[in-house]
Write a protein that binds this ligand. Structure first.
Ligand code: MIG
Length: 778
């Protein structure tokens, strides 16, 4: 605990800014892939990857371009052979690579990068080597510049005036806005100036810093170890930047439908009987549920890939019984393998030489739940495959989902992690843990996901991870770790998950209800209302905290919680389509308003409400006893989901929010596909249409497949373009299958037209494509 003494004047350290700028510009050499130039003592390579991606990378001491990390998809960096044109003046040299222009001040080594549209992607950029080692860059921005992205960080939406350190850390407490580091490191930032966006990704899995405070309005990105391998992304829109970044580092895979449902977790459901009783309670209370999580107590003395025989005498039978109820089991898997010569996984690991070692060859042993443990070296593909094979243990028992925890990696010691001098094998290019720290969790996820994908025989895996690095979105959903049952943590989950979404991690969410501390009925109700609209929707709580299953606080709260869990299932066809879109384009499912309304400054740091796709606006209540709240409605007309009232946007409105009501709006003119069954098994499909202005055409999309397998990759899916042409007395609704590889020809779809006056007309659409006119009721 700190006291006021810690800020005694003589203890405040002055910031050290001593550094060596890489300058002046020396010679250069054009290659068929780009250009290398000499800056001070170093060589910098410029490589145009595409019209919207430029790579700037410092060569190593022998003048070679270092290999990209696993974050970058190998196919994405095949730079196009392109000539580099050079123009010189006494002061500057201009390099033109494809559509990119890099203009460098000879003396200062300072450069501006402009994209094909002439838009500045990096201004006044200067590379330097800090006195403390490593390498960094200073870039100029304007006082009004906004910064988004940076993955999972605490604090608000706009990162201006903040500073973050990327070093994956197990932070049990505190998750306060000033936390500079959390479990996940995404060294990617989007810069946004008056509606124009560009991006920067520093691909370095060691410790990196992003500082938007110390040199304001300039900012600094730096790496403590390793090289400087940086990608710039052209806009002009935020979506363009996200799409370019995720073309480079990958997009989410479409998860199984059950992964998008409601999940119930607890540290821990401790016995087989408890788990089955839990499932039956959900069934009896008609609260849909897709997954139950088994936290560390299921194991035999915390040994991964084992079950405690007394607590779980027959896991297979348990899983079968749950499967009949439509419920999946997700087991936690930590990386630490107990050092125990009588434990087969440890013995096998030793026999196969898979554990992390020092350069001298000693196995690194760190304390975690099972006591002294060894850690697989996931930097070696061979080890990844060994780890994946261990999962046969779960698959054989009917378990389909895996939850990776403690993979920063967290260790119970002073530094909270692995010895930084551990020498990772890294597929034949050994590097210290210090240099690769932030990759550990992502590589664990990669090994697990790839193993499951191979073993599941065509079924899509579901994996949840706590730690990660850029690219982790290809393998796992990410939850935000050990939050607490505080209203503040509920509120902070919004900008955290929004920024994760803008950083490629479209599938994320917090522990609903809060993990540590004790929730209340009111907090659980409000948090479930909100959580129902996040991509990942799991209620999880810690040992010795008050129970927080939906029924834990009496019937009134149970009623509210059930209503919103069911609403989640009702809207699943809409969400499912958005998951598909995220997997295709990288554009997140859950969006800050600025993504859809980039010309509206009122949205630039708006982080207490959000959009799901572009048609649903959610404004959660994040304070106790509050029964109404101000909601910002952006331009257009918005329909109050509960009352049907049409409201003009471009302003704040005060909205009623009794405890059972989440302020929820639907864009007028939108077409929302829903599932009237509201359960974890697919039911009757319907389209809810909200009247738009006469003369307007509303648009929507509906993507469907079997929800479980990769068959969609072979064309077994149906994708429909939906339109609603609004006329004064009728609406013309069209569904047009742009791909028709799934579903029956005579399948019916209910159409519910919500007129502005509150009346609803219904009709039935038949088959994949149809056209139907519905008249306004007299
Ligand atoms: O706190 O496995 O973030 O979700 O329940 C110690 C026990 C370790 C941390 C995870 C939390 C999980 C818990 N784990």
């Amino acid at each position: 605990m700190q006291t006021s003494e810690s800020i005694k004047p003589d203890r405040v350290k002055q910031p050290v800014l001593a550094e060596r700028v890489l300058a002046p510009l020396g010679g250069w050499q054009a290659h068929d892939w780009g250009v290398t130039l000499t800056l001070g003592q170093r060589k910098l390579a410029l490589q145009a990857i595409s019209n919207d991606i430029l790579r700037l990378v410092l060569c190593d001491d022998s003048g070679h371009i270092p290999a990209s990390t696993v974050a970058v998809l190998p196919d994405a960096v095949q730079s196009r052979a392109g000539r580099c044109a050079v123009e010189e003046t006494d002061e500057e040299v201009t390099f033109r690579l494809e559509s990119w222009t890099v203009r460098i001040d000879r003396q200062l080594g300072k450069f501006d990068v402009t994209d094909s549209r002439g838009s500045v992607t990096a201004a006044g950029m200067q590379l330097f080597s800090p006195a403390t080692g490593g390498v960094g860059a200073v870039l100029q921005a304007a006082p009004a510049t906004r910064f988004y992205g940076l993955g999972e960080e605490a604090g608000g939406l706009d990162k201006r005036h903040e500073a973050y350190t990327m070093w994956n850390s197990d932070v049990y407490a505190p998750h306060v806005p000033e936390m500079e580091t959390l479990y996940v490191s995404i060294p990617f930032v989007i810069r946004f100036d008056a509606g124009v966006a560009s991006g920067l990704f520093l691909d370095n899995p060691g410790k990196t810093k992003f500082d938007f405070r110390s040199r304001f309005p300039a900012y600094e990105v730096s790496a403590a170890t390793g090289g400087f391998d940086c990608y710039l992304f052209a806009g002009p829109t935020l979506k363009d930047v996200i799409s370019a970044y995720t073309r480079l580092t990958g997009r989410i895979e479409l998860p199984p439908r059950w992964a998008m449902g409601y999940h119930q977790s607890r540290y821990s459901y401790e016995t087989q009987d408890e788990v089955l009783a839990l499932a039956h309670t959900f069934q009896d209370k008609e609260i849909p549920l897709d997954a139950i999580y088994l936290d560390i107590h299921y194991m035999d003395g915390y040994r991964v890939f084992t079950f405690d025989r007394n607590r779980f005498p027959n896991p297979q039978q348990m899983c079968d019984e749950l499967r009949d109820m439509g419920i999946n089991v997700v087991t936690i898997v930590d990386p630490g393998v107990k050092r125990d010569p009588e434990y087969h996984v440890y013995r096998d690991g030793i026999a196969n030489d898979v554990f992390c070692k020092s350069v001298e060859g000693d196995i690194f042993i760190g304390d975690v739940w099972p006591g002294p443990s060894a850690f697989p070296d996931f930097t070696d593909d061979r080890v990844g495959r060994w780890w994946a094979d261990q999962h046969d243990f779960y698959l054989q028992r009917g378990i389909r989902g895996i939850w990776n925890d403690m993979n920063e990696p967290a260790v119970f010691n002073e530094t909270k992690t692995m010895d930084i001098e551990v020498m990772h094998r890294n597929n034949g290019y050994p590097r210290t843990h210090r240099e690769l720290h932030n990759l550990y969790g992502m590589l664990m996820s990669k090994a697990t996901y790839e193993g499951l994908a191979e073993k599941l025989g065509g079924e899509r895996p579901f994996l949840l991870t706590r730690a990660g690095y850029s690219g982790v979105q290809r393998y796992a959903a990410v939850w935000t770790g050990d939050n607490r049952s505080f209203w503040e943590h509920m509120a902070m989950a919004i900008p955290m998950v929004l920024n994760m979404g803008m950083s490629g991690i479209a599938f994320g969410g917090p522990d609903v209800g809060g993990f540590a501390h004790h929730t209340t009925g009111e907090l659980l109700a409000r948090w479930t209302q909100m959580g129902a609209f996040f991509p990942f929707f799991r209620n999880h709580s810690a040992l010795e905290t008050l129970r927080q299953e939906p029924w834990s606080f009496g019937e009134d709260i149970e009623h509210i919680v059930r209503k919103y869990i069911r609403l989640r299932y009702r809207l699943l066809p809409y969400q499912y389509t958005l998951f598909r879109e995220a997997s295709e384009t990288g554009v997140p499912i859950m969006r800050p308003l600025v993504l859809e309304y980039p010309d509206d400054p009122a949205t630039y740091n708006l982080d207490d409400q959000f959009l799901v796709g572009c048609d649903i606006l959610v404004a959660p209540v994040c304070r106790p006893d509050l029964r109404c709240r101000a909601v910002y409605l952006p331009a257009g007309t918005w329909v109050n989901y509960w009352t049907g009232e049409h409201l003009e946007g471009g302003r704040h409105v005060l909205v009623d929010a009794p405890l059972a009501t989440l302020p929820l709006f639907v864009r007028a003119g939108s077409i929302i596909p829903v599932d009237l069954g509201e359960s974890n098994r697919p039911g009757q499909l319907a389209l809810e249409i909200y009247e738009g202005k006469a003369g307007e055409v509303g648009e929507g999309r509906l993507y469907e497949d079997d929800g479980l397998t990769f068959a969609y990759r072979e064309g077994r899916y149906r994708d429909r373009q939906l339109t609603a042409e609004f006329h004064s007395d009728h609406v013309l609704v069209r569904a047009n299958a742009t791909h028709d590889g799934y579903g029956q020809a005579d399948e019916e779809c209910l159409i519910r037209m919500h007129w502005r006056d509150g009346t609803v007309s219904e009709a039935i659409g038949c088959g994949s494509s149809f056209e139907i006119s519905l008249n306004r009721l007299a």
